[in-house]
Design a protein around this ligand. Sequence first.
Ligand SMILES: Cc1cc2nc3c(=O)[nH]c(=O)nc-3n(C[C@H](O)[C@H](O)[C@H](O)COP(=O)(O)OP(=O)(O)OC[C@H]3O[C@@H](n4cnc5c(N)ncnc54)[C@H](O)[C@@H]3O)c2cc1C
Ligand code: SF4
Length: 334
Amino acid sequence: MKPFDYLAPADAAEAVRSVAANPDAVFLGGGTNLVDHLKLGVAEPGLVVGLAGLLPSGIEELDDGALRIGAGVSNSDLAADPRVRERFPVLSQALLSGASGQLRNMATVGGNPLQRTRCVYFQDVTTPCNKREPGSGCSAIGGWTRHHAVLGTSEHCIAVHPSDMAVAMAALDARVRTLGPAGERAIPFVELHRLPGDAPERDTALEHGELITAIDLPAQPIARRSAYRKVRDRASYAFALVSVAAAIEVEGGVIRDARIAFGGVAHVPWRARRAEEALRGAPASDGSYRAAADAELTDARPAEGLDGGNAFKIPLLRRTLTATLRDLAGEDPR
Ligand SMILES: Cc1cc2nc3c(=O)[nH]c(=O)nc-3n(C[C@H](O)[C@H](O)[C@H](O)COP(=O)(O)OP(=O)(O)OC[C@H]3O[C@@H](n4cnc5c(N)ncnc54)[C@H](O)[C@@H]3O)c2cc1C
Ligand code: SF4
């Protein structure tokens, strides 16, 4: 591991100043992703700025019914919060489907959406990777692609975003609150992550030195009837091959409204607006759910690969969305 300096700042403002002033500096949240990258040589910062104790670590109820989740809240505490379990079950389920109890105890709400791709080539410093080393090439294209993207890919990168929590946040219209060198701002969660395009080294819309301080979850009655379904190679301790975050409102056998996001299929948590549009006003039936999946997957482009490629993700996602919506539509949320 390359040696680095460590700073424990007095407050969030000092943390931002320290990272913003140094292109070679990074924030350290719970460390469950960054420390692995330090050990692997994927990240080689000159300065690591610790966030322990600097960020809000509570969940606040706002006047408009929204929940403000401090960036220092652990993934375990967020999943267990009774308000989250009751009003946003999809979020609690997404968190509990990720990592392990010990990791969730350490992982923070600020660090979780900024965890980096699990693409094996990104994590192997002996192989070319445009995300790790811009311009070096993409080893996944024509390589092992089972875990890679089918939506929003580019000729420079076909990696997927790994966070389960982020998929639920994308479906729930969350907003990310930040403190950066230019002050505070709020970013719609669906605009936090970016598609790879010709700059896959940039995962998000955040500036260097911009700190996530909280995530706001707006009040949404629809989210009480919501769920997260994750399909993976093992029953636990594995990342999603595909996942679905869904919330649905059904009246008299007709879908009035829906919120859908997909995980494991794109460089971003993929908000499925075409699927939502197809569902509104449709009968609550498997035919409608399959049609919604097809509407969203029209532009899907699977990758061939040494391992047989990832075309299987398209029917798998269609079935996963159908099963999730069927369960939700049949369930009485009260
Ligand atoms: C074995 C294993 C299995 C896992 N399985 C899953 C899984 O199934 N699903 C899943 O979703 N996740 C999984 N994870 C990933 C885990 O959820 C993430 O590592 C964790 O959420 C990251 O949070 P952290 O606070 O530890 O971030 P860190 O590792 O501290 O930081 C991650 C990144 O975010 C930056 N950062 C941290 N906090 C902030 C902030 N407040 N503002 C701005 N930048 C910040 C850091 O600089 C770094 O770049 C797994 C991890 C491991 C090791
Ligand atoms: S898919 Fe992206 S992260 Fe993976 S090797 Fe290619 S450029 Fe790197």
